[in-house]
Design a protein around this ligand. Structure first.
Ligand code: HPA
Ligand code: ZN
Length: 326
């Protein structure tokens, strides 16, 4: 019996994952019933049919609407645990996950409830699922920076178990430079800095995320390919780009998986890794994304191994855990 792990056992780090984007239709309906929340869907099939999108905003509308079912710490813990169990089966050994605090506070759910539930699930994950974890608070770029600063201040006051901040939601018309003070504050607190850029927004937003916000990683970044000088810079500086193929196709940033640039990016020397973004909404988890790349783009074992290694190297990990996963 061979004890050499096959490619399926390659450890991956999931670095681009919105916890609220892991709410599967079944769980949406279960939590709606538990909390007596009325949803505009007759049944699970009706809800499933709503998971078809034309762009980022059409997805965000459903994503925010479904959050209405998240009320108590238990709801957040159940959502997070369901994700971690599924991620472990996908080969994820370390997960850096985002939560959108403003989306919950704005609905009257206290920050304390969100953090309590999420942290309960994350803090037992390595023991229960073999998946180490880290939490990022993502701020909504289509809301004012002043609100983000208030929420960050509140998070810090609560000693929230976050390792960093991110920037997400509707990108077009909301440049990273609008959040310079937020990132300055987070940097002063020693937090790690990431931001979505170049998903639907122009290459210039990737430049701003690097130069104005000073981020350590770019979420998505695929539109950087429109600017050769920027691509060269990203190669030279080895900026990690957390790319999400099924997401890009579901939101029509890329027409078909066969057209997805991720493997070409890898072969051009960019520091890319592959992640699932909002797996409940976009057709799959990390394993599904990798399987799609194998089927549609002929991903080789060597490319798969580089994606795995890039993900571990770009993660926020203590040296001993990183060494164990490489
Ligand atoms: N893009 C931007 N904001 C988001 C996403 C996304 O894919 N998912 C959740 N918030
Ligand atoms: Zn995302």
């Amino acid at each position: 019996v061979s004890t050499v792990p096959g490619p399926a056992a390659l450890p991956f780090a999931e670095l681009h994952l919105h916890l609220e984007g892991t709410l599967e239709p079944d769980l949406v309906l279960e939590l709606a019933a538990r909390n007596a929340v009325e949803l505009p869907f007759a049944d699970v099939e009706d809800l499933r049919r709503a998971y078809a999108f034309s762009d980022l905003q059409s997805f965000l509308d459903l994503y925010y609407a479904n959050m209405a079912v998240l009320r108590t710490p238990q709801d957040f813990a159940d959502m997070t645990t369901a994700y971690l169990a599924r991620a472990a089966r996908a080969g994820v050994r370390h997960a850096e996950v985002m939560i959108d605090p403003q989306a919950h506070v704005a609905r009257g759910v206290p920050l304390e409830a969100v953090l309590e539930g999420v942290d309960e699930a994350l803090s037992t994950s390595e023991r229960d699922h073999g998946v180490s974890t880290a939490l990022f608070a993502a701020f909504l770029r289509d809301r004012p920076e002043s609100e983000a600063l208030d929420v960050l201040h509140h998070l810090l006051g609560l000693h929230a178990p976050i390792v960093g901040i991110g920037l997400d939601s509707a990108e077009a018309g909301h440049p990273p430079s609008d959040f310079a003070r937020l990132y300055d504050r987070a940097r002063a607190e020693g937090l790690h800095l990431i931001a979505h850029a170049g998903e639907e927004g122009p290459p210039q937003y990737v430049v701003e995320a690097l130069d104005v916000l000073g981020v350590d990683r770019i979420d998505h970044g695929i539109r950087a390919l429109e600017d050769d000088a920027l691509v060269q810079r990203l190669v030279d500086e080895q900026v990690p780009l957390t790319v999400c193929p099924l997401s890009n196709v579901a939101l029509r940033a890329v027409d078909r998986l066969e057209d997805h640039p991720v493997l070409a990016m890898l072969d051009r020397g960019l520091n890319v890794s592959v992640h699932s973004d909002d797996p409940a909404y976009f057709g799959g988890y990390l394993d599904d994304n990798l399987a799609a790349l194998t089927t549609s783009l002929g991903m080789t074992a060597g490319q798969r191994a580089r994606l795995a290694e890039n993900s571990i190297r770009a993660a926020v990990l203590p040296a001993d855990r990183r060494a164990a996963l490489l």
